[in-house]
Design a protein around this ligand. Structure first.
Ligand code: SF4
Ligand code: SF4
Length: 71
């Protein structure tokens, strides 16, 4: 199965949590940090991303970029 990694453009995240709920592998969460707009951005907090891209398609603000990791 493919492995992936998610990059979060933290400054654009509105902390809506849609990506966290949508991830089938549950590797995303809302972080404890606060971005310049006062929101807690999403973060990938554990391995297990399969690069499915669902999170990126779910985000209304195009905050997430999914990278596939080649083994
Ligand atoms: S690409 Fe898929 S598995 Fe990876 S964080 Fe996004 S929704 Fe989860
Ligand atoms: S869906 Fe987008 S705006 Fe909402 S928490 Fe995830 S990255 Fe942030």
């Amino acid at each position: 199965m493919a492995k992936g990694r998610v990059e979060v453009r933290e400054e654009f995240c509105k902390s809506c949590g849609l990506c966290v709920a949508a991830c089938p592998k549950k590797v995303l969460r809302i972080s404890d940090s606060i971005n310049p707009r006062g929101y807690r951005p999403a973060e990938q907090f554990q391995d297990g991303c399969i690069a499915c891209g669902i999170c990126a398609r779910t985000c209304p603000d195009v905050v997430l970029t999914v990278y596939r990791i080649d083994e």
